[in-house]
Design a protein around this ligand. Structure first.
Ligand SMILES: Cc1cc2nc3c(=O)[nH]c(=O)nc-3n(C[C@H](O)[C@H](O)[C@H](O)COP(=O)(O)O)c2cc1C
Length: 391
């Protein structure tokens, strides 16, 4: 199968799987503990149905969406994913450029393998930065200053990594730091010659945004070892207050899953939330973001911009999240698989697939523009959403 033959996002996953060795694929696809959260995230979307409205003029379909003072082409963007250069060299900026060309936002990971300076040059209006708070807060403050000086419009602070998670696939595969390829992995990688050739030529990719703080002679392994001394660390409300005071742009917290935390964030002047469980990569027993969304929406929906991610695999899923009250959503693995499978063209293909699927569903349900979407398009909205509607 070639990129142009892929008809849905899962096809891109299958293609990507063929390009990287098992230890890389497992790192991307995997969850934690028993991996029940992965299924829960996707199932939350699949169990909801849309109630089609017919006899509506759908000759013009409009996905354009206003978010933080900008008009984007649709209501989804690319979630931050760390280490992309180790899956496909140059992958971070391939995703950034694909997002720019499609006029959707791209969030550069705090563990990116490209520099935020390069992203700001390549995708000035579309690139956001995601901060992983460092144990040495002076580093985080400097990263915030760099992002502000570059005019990056949105800072996303990820709050759901207080500790390293139990990713058993990684332990079984020997995926760790420094990256040591076991004989089994090397044999497996021989069947992935493009990846193997790149790895043998260049080694692991540099965590560009951390280079400035690591010892001056540190190579990619050295910077990666330095990052491991800084992250994870516990982020507290005091940090959020501090970041809010320093960051002049829009501030978003990623990983909030409770209404009381959402209220506290709103009280501190945080502009938005990405309701997320990190793609089920941190706490396997966390609920799906979609399941907690109605309670958070009821608590702060009128005070903050609420977004969500996790388990979105179809255009219909995007529409369901919006009908539930989300203003915007993000995709993690699907766009990443597009970039791994086909570079910038593959990332663009993932975006096009979501766009096309959304158009088809918008026409099917009689919803010509996204701002018309609401809970009345959901067949049997979840109980707590119904309750909120009645309140
Ligand atoms: C390989 C991989 C790396 C990730 N790295 C980060 C990261 O550096 N920072 C972050 O906030 N979230 C990270 N995430 C989580 C994503 O931003 C997002 O929350 C998640 O992938 C959404 O779920 P989905 O993959 O089902 O779309 C990562 C996810 C994956 C799959």
């Amino acid at each position: 199968m070639k990129i142009e033959d892929c008809v849905n996002l899962d096809d891109l996953r299958i293609l990507a799987k063929k390009r990287v060795p098992k230890l890389i694929y497992d790192f991307i696809e995997g969850g934690v503990d028993d991996e029940g959260g992965l299924e829960r995230n996707e199932a939350a979307y699949k169990r909801l149905a849309l109630a089609p409205r017919y006899m509506v003029d759908i000759s013009k379909l409009d996905q354009s969406t206003r978010l933080f003072g900008r008009t984007y082409a649709s209501a989804y963007g690319i979630a931050p994913t760390g280490g992309v250069g180790n899956y496909r060299r140059g992958g971070d900026l391939m995703l950034a450029r694909a997002a720019r060309d499609a006029n959707i936002p791209f969030i550069m990971s705090g563990a990116a393998t490209a520099a935020m300076e390069d992203m700001a040059r390549e995708a000035p209006d579309h690139g956001w930065y995601q901060l992983y708070t460092a144990r040495d807060r002076a580093i985080s403050e400097d990263q915030i200053k760099r992002a502000a000086d570059l005019g990056i419009p949105v800072l996303v602070v990820t709050v759901d990594v207080p500790a390293s998670p139990n990713r058993e696939r990684n332990r079984r595969n020997g995926f760790g730091r420094p990256l040591k390829l076991t004989l089994k992995t090397k044999l497996d990688a021989l069947r992935r010659p493009l990846w193997m050739k790149d790895y043998l030529q260049h080694g692991i990719a540099m965590l560009e945004n951390w280079k400035a703080y690591a010892p001056p002679d540190a190579d990619a392994e050295g910077v990666s070892a330095f990052l491991a001394t800084q992250v994870p660390t516990s982020v507290t409300w005091k940090d959020i207050e501090n970041f809010r005071a320093r960051w002049p742009g829009k501030l978003v917290l990623k990983g909030v899953m409770r209404a009381d935390d959402a209220t506290r964030a709103a009280d501190l002047g945080v502009d938005g939330l990405i309701v997320s469980n990190h793609g089920a990569r941190q706490l396997d027993r966390a609920p799906s973001p979609l399941d907690v969304f109605p309670a958070i929406n009821a608590a702060v929906g009128d005070r903050m911009t609420l977004m969500t991610d996790g388990g979105i695999r179809r255009g219909a899923d995007v529409l369901i999240a919006l009908a539930m009250g989300a203003k915007f959503v993000f995709l993690g693995r699907p766009t990443l698989y597009g970039a791994i499978a086909g570079g910038e063209i593959g990332a663009a293909k993932a975006i096009r697939i979501v766009n096309d699927e959304m158009n088809k569903i918008m026409a099917q349900i009689g919803c010509p523009s996204l701002d018309q979407l609401g809970p009345d398009f959901l067949h049997r909205p979840p109980e707590d959403l119904r309750r909120n509607l009645q309140d």
